[in-house]
Design a protein around this ligand. Structure first.
Ligand code: SAH
Ligand code: MG
Length: 215
């Protein structure tokens, strides 16, 4: 595990950004990016307002790497109007849809991470179908129900290079504490024999590729 620490200005930016990334888990993301980033690019699925991208971007800077972050910015089903985590300030009244892209851009610009963090705006499965670059680290934090998280795993995990990291967010072994779809996909990754677990931090799980395929 890396002993790197985040510069105070980036830590401040991450902690004040809107989003769903507790500080301890964000720090683990940063440390993982520092450790794996020297091998190649990092990719995040689920940018939202850029909170996790600041932790990843800070790690990428120290590692001399970059972070691609993919999101259609229209929100997952669990953050639409009427749902517990919905943020009405992220609605675009012109289209009657959510739009987290302006907030994302403000977060990354305020953090001074525009060189390290590269936004891709679109549906994860469409981008995955055209992706061809081996990844040193993949962070899956997009749609959290069965179909999107399965598609993200099947579409993106094959691109994790040998020795690279596959990181899941929102892993809740106890159904009382959270949705089970990411947990099932995480178990599938472990059962495939292609990945071994190297770290747990809150609901974050860091796996490392030890063999081919995804199971
Ligand atoms: N990592 C963020 C939280 C991500 S929330 C943080 O640290 O705060 C999940 C995000 O995934 C939402 O912004 C949603 O728009 C996006 N998303 C869900 N399904 C998607 C899909 N199929 N393609 C692209 N983005 C998707
Ligand atoms: Mg999450």
């Amino acid at each position: 595990m890396s002993n790197a620490t985040m510069p105070a200005d980036l830590l401040y930016a991450a902690q004040h950004a809107k989003g769903f990334m507790p500080h301890e888990e964000g720090t683990a993301l940063f440390e993982t990016a520092v450790e794996y980033g020297p091998r190649g690019p990092i990719c995040e699925i689920g940018s939202y307002c850029g909170k996790s991208a600041v932790y990843l971007g800070a790690g990428a800077r120290q590692a001399g790497s970059v972070v691609f972050t993919v999101d259609h910015h229209r929100g997952s089903e669990e953050i639409q109007p009427g749902w517990a985590h919905h943020d009405p300030t992220l609605m675009d009244p012109r289209f009657g849809k959510m739009d987290s892209l302006p907030t994302f851009r403000t977060t990354i610009a305020s953090a001074g991470l525009e060189e390290e963090v590269i936004a891709i705006v679109g549906r994860s499965e469409r981008v995955a179908g055209l992706w061809n670059t081996p990844l040193a680290m993949l962070f899956i934090d997009g749609g959290h129900s069965e179909l999107p998280v399965t598609r993200d795993y099947e579409g993106w995990a094959p691109h994790v290079m040998q020795g690279g990291a596959l990181v899941f967010h929102d892993i809740y072994p106890d159904p009382a504490t959270g949705g089970q779809a990411p947990y099932r996909v995480y178990q599938r990754a472990l059962a495939s024999g292609a990945f071994r677990e190297v770290r747990q931090e809150g609901s974050l799980r860091v796996l490392e590729r030890i063999g081919p395929g995804i199971g």
